[in-house]
Write a protein that binds this ligand. Structure first.
Ligand SMILES: NC(=O)c1ccc[n+]([C@@H]2O[C@H](COP(=O)([O-])OP(=O)(O)OC[C@H]3O[C@@H](n4cnc5c(N)ncnc54)[C@H](O)[C@@H]3O)[C@@H](O)[C@H]2O)c1
Length: 304
């Protein structure tokens, strides 16, 4: 018996990296999986651009070889109608949909002053529009099932990042996209509970194509690899399972073999206006630095 026996999942961007690890883990836990990814490794290697096997099909072959069930899908999540077709694909080929893992991602790291409109559109398109559109079509499906008296235990698991919570140099577009995914997840959790769907976000940390230049190679001694993509997949399987039905609207981070509950924005110290009327700029010269424990004039080094 697996935690996900009888369930059907979609994992976007599952041809490589974290998505591939999630797809393999969901399948090992008993789910049938739609493995979505646009990339075609073989095609990118051939000059005429034909033939070859998509990365998604390669992951499907791995799942099937391990005794699981999966189908490949090579649509782009930036295409609203293609996202509807991915949901339809799950229902038509695998009979239903229970779990959506929005994982597809790209980075176009550049300092803001050097960034292009294309960098921005691509980054927001894959992360924000892709996550939103996939969840929209999945939730429309779940809502119609509930209205028809069907039994739904839907799960949306989105992928955010440390950059979206704390910012990162050279990642203004990516950080904006990943922060947007958190706001989206919190709002979706409020809406989707009414049709028995939870929505949470995971913040992974892994050595993949996206990060390999920063993270080096796996330890040669065969010991625990803190940065293996598989490390994040146990949490994804848990969040996808019936056991996590109580948990929604949360962000959980995985670092190696640790899971961390991320606590969001919370109110810190406050200052009320001197005379009970609207705040005056002059009094804020003294009051705002105090909110940060600094002397009037502000924090050293940030410029006057
Ligand atoms: N690797 C990390 O440390 C890390 C940290 C924080 C967040 N993330 C997030 O985890 C997710 C997976 O990243 P990864 O590190 O495995 O990178 P990766 O590049 O190995 O995998 C991302 C996959 O998404 C696919 N993809 C890109 N655009 C797509 C589209 N339009 N439609 C469908 N698939 C598309 C790519 O082809 C690729 O296979 C991303 O959302 C990323 O932002 C990764």
């Amino acid at each position: 018996m697996g935690l996900l026996d009888g369930r059907v999942a979609i994992v976007t961007g599952a041809g490589r990296g974290l998505g591939r690890a999630h797809a393999l883990a969901l399948a090992a836990a008993g789910a049938a999986v739609v493995v979505n990814d646009v990339v075609n490794d073989a095609v990118t290697r051939t000059e005429n651009g034909t033939g070859g096997t998509s990365a998604a099909a390669q992951v499907v072959a791995e799942i099937v070889a391990a005794g699981g069930k999966a189908v490949a899908d090579t649509s782009s999540v930036t295409d609203w109608r293609a996202c509807a077709a991915i949901v339809d694909h799950a229902v038509a080929e695998l009979g239903r949909l229970d779990i959506l893992v929005n994982n597809a991602g790209v980075t176009r790291d550049r300092m803001l002053a050097s960034a292009t409109e294309e960098d921005l559109d691509l980054t927001l398109g894959v992360h924000v529009k892709g996550t939103y559109a996939m969840a929209h079509h999945a939730c429309a499906y779940w809502r119609s099932l509930v209205k028809a008296g069907g039994d739904v235990t839907g799960r949306v698991i989105n992928t955010t990042s440390g950059a979206g919570m704390a910012g990162n140099l050279g990642q203004t577009a990516y950080a904006a996209a990943k922060a947007a995914i958190i706001g989206f997840t919190l709002s979706l959790a409020l809406e989707a509970g009414r049709y028995h769907v939870t929505a949470n976000a995971v913040s992974p940390l892994a050595r993949t194509r996206m990060t390999e230049q920063l993270m080096g190679t796996a330890p040669a001694d065969g010991g625990f690899d803190d940065l293996a993509p598989e490390n994040a997949s146990g949490l994804v399987v848990y969040l996808a399972s019936p056991a996590a039905g109580w948990l929604t609207g949360q962000v959980l981070r995985v670092e190696g073999n640790e899971v961390i509950r991320m606590d969001g924005w919370s109110a810190g110290p406050r200052y009320r206006s001197r005379d009970g009327a609207a705040l005056e700029p002059a009094e804020l010269v003294e009051a705002v630095p105090k909110l940060f424990g600094a002397a009037p004039g502000g924090l050293a080094g940030l410029g006057g």
